[in-house]
Every structure is written in structure tokens, then in C-alpha cells.
Design a protein around this ligand. Structure first.
Ligand code: HEM
Length: 556
């Protein structure tokens, strides 16, 4: 018997007692649900009223626009872009009871991002919590403020510049792998580049050579990549976003196993590095002259911390070693082993895929714009000479202005993080609307970067937009691939140094040509999980440039 017939028939003369009881229960439950919905809606009347003023696609009753974001991520990206084009710069949509407001106007981005009130990240970032725990990316409130203060000095040029030789060594490994693919056949550059950036971040964060480029099958590498994969899946399957549903799945158990491996490895490295630090310190303390000199160097180093010009004078250290040193020697900076682990794992997650995808998009842009590629190659030859194996100095990297413009223009068109989210717990006035309390704000960096008002012919690849004379007067929040304000990307200088080193090394060795299904920007099928990528691969072809060079220069 259907629910309706139970309800209608249940009150008829022929109804039995159990049927009447069932009917009464159903009617009671339905009435309670309707009453609950009415009270719930009444409480949210202000939200509905403010939301009604914001344009956006029409949704279905109760579930709203859920069908726009469920399913194939390529299709979701396609629909999101169409919505952006139709409603820009601000629009709303509903996912069930959740109101999302997409903001792309740079003035609105500034209002939200440049304000300490909105530094806590949206609830959907909970998918990142298993990896990176309460590290700087995930932490909120005072905990975030403290973490950020402790970690910030590690991202000063003065400290980062020592990593250039590591980036170059990893880039040369990549060139070695690419050499085997330089047969004119199309291949997905991401598969090689993501291992290169994993090697680079593991070495610079922990001082461990995981050598993913030669062996991507070790237990740790399999574990960390599986963790990335599970997080990606949660991001594109909305029903896995809440912990309540995710922790019922097999993936959650799998994630725990992999996390145990990743965390155990990190703890082993931390113990080893701490022991090394303490041993070196004990030896130093036993020698008063050396101890005084080290104290002087520490003080000088502290004074240099904010001076980006004064570089290359610190002794070589990894992020972890710097954090251990600060932890053990400075008031208020003591981090527990779990906190140290969370920071190190955070850097692995935040610094690997972002730079991998962006390096790959750069290779694609250079492949599609041969004139730009040749100009960049010429610039590299002018700065560093013909030998493609030379390691760039910091000054060399600084002079790579053309390459820098290419990287920025690529970040404009394909920002690794196309949007970021914040939850509003009170109303907020942006340029054209008052946003209701309780909504989630999506800051659409991708959309901002394509607003014609700020970027004429926005879909065109034109690195010269970033020439100083063409950048004058541009709104500071019109270009925000690394976000902005107090919670911006702490790793942006690292990212620029790493990408310049890897790209310049590859370009000096190979001419890059477009690969299968990547013959034009229109053909890219974009998808978003961890970062924005091309579904079907960042496919390129390579032609060695070193064929005409002396044998010494050809050895890779
Ligand atoms: C092309 C490369 C990169 C891009 C486009 C990028 C972009 C971003 C963006 C947009 C955010 C803000 C996220 C949010 O508020 O929701 C962010 C935060 C962050 N990024 Fe990056 N990132 C890149 C590379 C890196 C690297 C190489 C590292 C570290 C080595 C790093 C470490 C971080 C950290 C720790 C945060 C969190 C900062 C905080 O919450 O205070 N990023 N990044």
C-alpha cells in the first residue's frame, strides 16, 4: 500500500487499528517536517530576501542547483564557466540549503581577502584536514596566526634562494626523463613533472631525496599519492564532502592506512633532524668561540630576514631544519612533533600539485606560441650562454623577465586554484550587494582573471600584459593566483623560483610542441580537483635543442 493510500485510506471507515496508527504517525511526521521547514524558512527569511537580489541560475525546489555540480568534473567546469559568462561579476546558486555566492570583481575580492575577519576557510576545506592536520593551511583563528608567524621566515628570499641548486638538480633529472620521450611522440607532461615537483618539495621541506622520478613505486610515494587521489575524489563528489558520509566508505579506511605511512615517515625524519640539531648544538656549546660566532650569525640572519636583497649568505637548511631551530631556540615558537609534522606535510600538499600543474600549463602555452617560446629561449641564451646544463644563479633568474611574464600570463589564464572559499557568519556589503550571513563566498580567481574590463581580449595569451608600463593602474586584486591579503599563499616566492628554474632548464634543452588534443587553447577540456588541469593530459611533443652542441653539453 502506498504512503498516500495509507494516509487517505487510513482514515476511512474500513481502516484497521494498525493502519490508523501508521497513518497517524505518517501525518504526524509530515506535519512536523512541514512545521520544521516553515520555522527554518522563517528564520532564514533575511537570507532569502538578500539572496533574491543577487542574479543566478534558476534551481529546482529544495535541491537548488545541485545538478550543476554533480557528476563529471569537466561538465561542472563547463557549466560553471557558462554561468560566469552569463552572470559575471557576481552570482549565486543553491546547493540544497547552502547558498553560494561567486564573487569575481577585484574590489569585492579585496573586501573579503584583505580583512582579518575572513581568514578562516570555508567548511568544504575539511577534506584537507586529514592531510596536514592543523598546519598553516588548515588552521583557524589564533592557531593559524601563530603558525603563520612561525613559518613565514622560511619563505623569505634570503632563505629560499639556497633551493635553486636543488630545483636545478631536480629539473636536470626531469630533462633526463624527457630525453627518453623526445622522439616527436605526444605524451602527458604532467606524469613526469608531478614527480619532479614531488622530489623538489620533499628535498626542500624535509631534506629527504625520495627520488620519485626514478622510482615512483616506493611505499611512501604510493601512500602520499593515494592520499592526494582520495582528497581529489572527495572534492569532486559532493556527497563525500561531509565527514559523516566519507568515513563510512572504504576510501576512508584506505586513507587512514596511507596517512599512517606518511606520518610515520615524517616523524622519523623529524626525530633524526632533531637529534642532528641537538648534537651540533651541544658541540657548539662546548666551544665558546664557535658558539659566540654562531650567535652573531644568528642575530645577523635575524636582521636580514626582511631584507630580500641580501641573499645567499645563510648556511643551507631545509624548511624542517629551520622550524626545528626556531622551535628549540626562540620563545613562543616551540612546536610539538605533531605540529612540525603537520607543517611539513602541509608544504608537501600545498607546494607539489600546484606547481606541477602550473609548470605543465606553461609548457603548453609555450608549445602553442612558438614566437614567445623562441623569444624566451633567446633570453635564456643571452643570460646564461649556450650550455643548457648550467645551473642558474639567483641573478640569472631575476633577469628572466620574459619567462616571468609567460608564467604570470599562464597563471592568469589557468590559476592552479581557480577559486577559494570563505563562510560568512555575518552580513557583508560588497560593491553591488549585501551578502547574507550564513552564505559561502566563492572567490572566483579564474573569473576575475578573465574580466574584460581588466583584461582586454581576456581569453588571449599575451604575456606582455605584464610589462610594467601595461600594468600601471591595474587593480591589485585583478591578478590574484596566489590569493591576497593576510591569508595569501605563503609559498609564492618559492613557486616562482621553482617554476623559473624548472622551465628555463627544460626550454634550454628542448623545443616544445603541442601534443594530442592540445593543438589549441579552445581544445583544452579543463577539470578541477586539487588544482585546475586538462582532462586527457597536458600533452606535448619535444624536439631536442642540444643536437648541434658539443658532446660535453649534450650529456644529461
Ligand atoms: C603555482 C603555484 C601555487 C599557487 C597558484 C598557489 C596558490 C595558493 C592559493 C590561491 C592559496 C590560498 C588558498 C585559500 O585561501 O583557500 C594558497 C595558500 C597556501 N599556499 Fe600556495 N600556491 C602555489 C604554490 C605553493 C607552494 C610552492 C607552497 C609551499 C612550498 C605553497 C604553500 C601554501 C600554503 C602553506 C598556503 C596556506 C597559507 C595560509 O593559509 O596562511 N603554495 N596557495
Amino acid at each position: 500500500m502506498s504512503v498516500i493510500s495509507v494516509v487517505l485510506g487510513g482514515f476511512g471507515a474500513s481502516a484497521t487499528r494498525p493502519e490508523m496508527l501508521t497513518s497517524a504517525l505518517i501525518v504526524g511526521a509530515l506535519s512536523a517536517a512541514v512545521l520544521y521547514y516553515m520555522v527554518y524558512s522563517w528564520k532564514r527569511r533575511r537570507m532569502y530576501a538578500l539572496a533574491a537580489k543577487i542574479p543566478g541560475p534558476t534551481g529546482l525546489p529544495v535541491i537548488g542547483n545541485v545538478f550543476d555540480v554533480v557528476g563529471d568534473t569537466e561538465e561542472t567546469v563547463r557549466k560553471t564557466m557558462a554561468q560566469f559568462r552569463q552572470y559575471q561579476p557576481t552570482y549565486k546558486y543553491w546547493l540544497g540549503p547552502l547558498l553560494l555566492v561567486a564573487l569575481t570583481d577585484p574590489r569585492d575580492l579585496e573586501i573579503v581577502l584583505n580583512n582579518y575577519k575572513y581568514t578562516d576557510k570555508s567548511h568544504f576545506y575539511n577534506v584537507f584536514h586529514p592531510l596536514g592536520g592543523q598546519g598553516v593551511f588548515n588552521a583557524a583563528g589564533d592557531k593559524w596566526r601563530r603558525n603563520r608567524k612561525i613559518i613565514a621566515p622560511a619563505f623569505n628570499f634570503n632563505f629560499l634562494v639556497q633551493f635553486v641548486t636543488i630545483f636545478h638538480a631536480m629539473a636536470m633529472r626531469l630533462v633526463g626523463k624527457m630525453k627518453a620521450r623526445a622522439d616527436g611522440q605526444s605524451f602527458d607532461s604532467y606524469k613526469l613533472v608531478e614527480l619532479c615537483t614531488l622530489d623538489a618539495i620533499a628535498l626542500t621541506a624535509m631534506g629527504v631525496d625520495v627520488n620519485a622520478q626514478d622510482d615512483d613505486n616506493s611505499e611512501w610515494i604510493r601512500a602520499i599519492r593515494r592520499c592526494f587521489q582520495i582528497t581529489r575524489e572527495r572534492l569532486v563528489k559532493p556527497w563525500l564532502l561531509p565527514d559523516a558520509t566519507f568515513y563510512l566508505t572504504r576510501d576512508a579506511k584506505d586513507q587512514q592506512k596511507c596517512l599512517d605511512i606518511v606520518n610515520k615517515f615524517a616523524h622519523e625524519v623529524i626525530s633524526r633532524k632533531k637529534a642532528e640539531y641537538r648534537k651540533a648544538k651541544a658541540e657548539l656549546d662546548a666551544d665558546p668561540v664557535a658558539s659566540k660566532a654562531a650567535a652573531h650569525e644568528r642575530e645577523q640572519s635575524r636582521l636580514r630576514q626582511d631584507d630580500d636583497e641580501d641573499i645567499g649568505v645563510r648556511k643551507k637548511q631545509t624548511f624542517l631544519e629551520l622550524l626545528i631551530e626556531r622551535s628549540e631556540s626562540e620563545d613562543g615558537c616551540a612546536l610539538t612533533d605533531v605540529e612540525l609534522r603537520d607543517e611539513v606535510v602541509t608544504l608537501l600538499i600545498a607546494g607539489q600539485d600546484t606547481t606541477a600543474t602550473d609548470n605543465c600549463f606553461n609548457l603548453l602555452m609555450l608549445a602553442l606560441h612558438q614566437d614567445v617560446q623562441e623569444a624566451v629561449h633567446q633570453e635564456l641564451v643571452d643570460i646564461m650562454g649556450e650550455d643548457p646544463t648550467t645551473c642558474p644563479t639567483y641573478n640569472d633568474l631575476n633577469q628572466m623577465k620574459h619567462l616571468e611574464r609567460v608564467i604570470k600570463e599562464t597563471l592568469r589564464l589557468y590559476p592552479s586554484a581557480p577559486f577559494i572559499g570563505r563562510d560568512l557568519d555575518h552580513e557583508l556589503d560588497v560593491t553591488d550587494y549585501r551578502l547574507p550571513a550564513g552564505c559561502t563566498v566563492l572567490l572566483g580567481l579564474y573569473g576575475t582573471h578573465r574580466l574584460a574590463e581588466y583584461w582586454p581580449e581576456p581569453d588571449k595569451f599575451d604575456p606582455d600584459r605584464f610589462l610594467p608600463e601595461r600594468s600601471v593602474g591595474r587593480h591589485p586584486y585583478a591578478f590574484v593566483p596566489f590569493s591576497g591579503g593576510p591569508r595569501n599563499c605563503v609559498g609564492q616566492k618559492y613557486a616562482m623560483l621553482q617554476m623559473k628554474t624548472i622551465l628555463s632548464t627544460v626550454i634550454r634543452h628542448f623545443q616544445i610542441l603541442p601534443g594530442k588534443d592540445c593543438e589549441s587553447m579552445d581544445k583544452f577540456r579543463l577539470q578541477v580537483d586539487f588544482s585546475m588541469t586538462v582532462a586527457g593530459g597536458h600533452n606535448i611533443r619535444l624536439v631536442p635543442r642540444y643536437a648541434g652542441l658539443p658532446e660535453r653539453m649534450r650529456s644529461l
